[in-house]
Design a protein around this ligand. Structure first.
Ligand code: FAD
Length: 389
């Protein structure tokens, strides 16, 4: 019998249902036909045809796909995870595009928005006609978002927002920003049309990672909004953290795609390139790497699938998301770094996907809760002792 597929060595995809497999194939085909040939250029130029991508992803049904109603597909969590995996096999920046739209901006509106806010934004966001971003991080508030300085104060029946958000994905192209701000009642979320006077978005330049993704500083200089712009009910960090939990789920599945792509590249390369009269893949040291990476790639896939099943069963605990985010990003980064060595000088070139993935994964390690924050979450989960401060 033939040996198992290196990308799915444990045969996990056989456990996917028909819908999940159909989504996998549709996203894989779209990546191959529409994204693959452009991604290196987008990465190098740091530019992205955001509107066009949004329409394409919207037509595929990827935007807010695991949400129900308002034009969203209402798929299983596993289907959403598999879509992230196939997209991130192309580039983490493209998966980030879909994560920010679906899991951060749309999820926030879906979970915490008023009926009016949902009806106004969600259908257009699902189709890709409107783009959203999610403003939590600030120049002086990253891992500790509770220390944010952006403030919303009441003026009559209006709200007036002042502050700066930093590292906001899709901020320069968004039509709407979900912005979290301090108020007298605790942290609250606001739905900010980016055309509102006083709102500006400045591109973050000089990134060496996640270059096929647009990143912005948001400046809110006395942005005046009606009462109806606030999320009605939620107060405190519970609001933004509920959204991050969703996005982290997409990440722990997505990075399996990046790891697979690096593995595939290393395997193909070492099978075809010869040194000392034989293929690189024939050397014991290379086979050690191929075996180690095979284990990392496929173990990460197993972790992702199990966490997806827990999510679909409705029993997933946030600490299990921390487990998956920490374990799988670490695995993917290790795979990317080792694969990089296996391609020799070609490993540093954008002609091959490996160093692009490797550099991207440095962002993925840091955003949506740094590796250290997830270690502290796990530490708290097993000891009951919070060690964050
Ligand atoms: P810091 O919090 O300053 O941390 C620096 C280092 O100190 C880290 O290693 C951290 O783990 C460590 N550290 C901090 N506190 C502790 C502690 N108590 N114990 C031990 N170690 C600690 N944010 C958004 O809101 N929206 C977005 O769309 C978004 N997109 C992003 C896109 C990119 C490309 C990047 C790079 C970031 C993005 N972010 C976004 C921001 C991201 O979530 C933050 O960078 C992240 O939360 C970490 O914050 P920080 O960079 O301020 O690092």
């Amino acid at each position: 019998s033939t040996s198992p597929d290196p990308q799915d060595f444990l045969g996990l995809d056989a456990a996917l249902d028909e819908d999940e497999r159909a989504i996998r194939d549709a996203v894989r085909d779209y990546g191959r036909d529409q994204l693959h040939d452009h991604v290196a250029d987008w990465y190098e130029s740091g530019a992205l045809p955001a509107r066009e991508l949004a329409k394409g992803f919207g037509a595929l049904g990827l935007l807010g796909m695991h949400l129900t109603g308002y034009g969203c597909a209402g798929t299983s969590a596993v289907a959403y995870g598999v879509a992230c995996r196939e997209l991130e096999a192309v580039d983490s920046g493209l998966r980030s595009f879909v994560s920010v739209q679906g899991s951060l901006a749309m999820f926030a509106l879906h979970r915490w928005g008023s009926e009016e806010q949902r009806a106004e934004w969600l259908p257009r966001m699902a189709s890709g006609d409107a783009l959203g971003c999610f403003g939590l991080t600030e120049p002086d508030a990253g891992s500790d978002p509770g220390s944010m300085r952006t403030r919303a104060v009441r003026d009559g029946s209006d709200w007036v927002l002042t502050g700066t958000k930093m590292w906001i994905t899709n901020g320069t192209v968004a039509d709407v920003a979900v912005v979290w701000a301090q108020t007298d009642e605790g942290i609250r979320g606001f739905v900010v049309p980016t055309s509102t006077p006083g709102f500006t978005a400045n591109e973050v330049k000089h990134k060496l990672s996640l270059r096929a993704s647009l990143t912005a500083e948001l400046v809110l200089d006395g942005v005046r909004l009606p009462e109806s712009a606030a999320f009605p009910e939620v107060r405190g960090l519970r609001g933004p953290l509920s959204c991050l939990n969703e996005a982290r789920y997409g990440i722990l599945f997505g990075v399996v795609g990046a790891a697979r792509a690096c593995y595939r590249a290393a395997l193909d390369y070492t099978l075809s390139r010869e040194q000392f009269g034989k293929p690189l893949a024939g050397f014991q040291l290379t086979q050690r790497k191929l075996a180690d990476l095979l284990v990392e790639v496929n173990r990460a896939g197993l972790v992702a699938l199990q966490i997806g099943r827990l999510k679909d069963a409705g029993t997933l605990h946030p600490s299990q998301v921390s487990f998956g985010k920490m374990a799988n990003v670490r695995s993917a980064l290790e795979v990317a770094r080792t694969a990089r060595t296996m391609l020799g000088a070609n490993g540093i070139s954008l002609e091959y996907p490996v160093m692009r993935h490797m550099a991207n994964l440095e962002t993925v390690l840091t955003y949506e809760g740094t590796e250290e924050m997830h270690a502290l979450s796990l530490g708290q989960a097993v000891t009951g002792i919070p060690a964050f401060r």
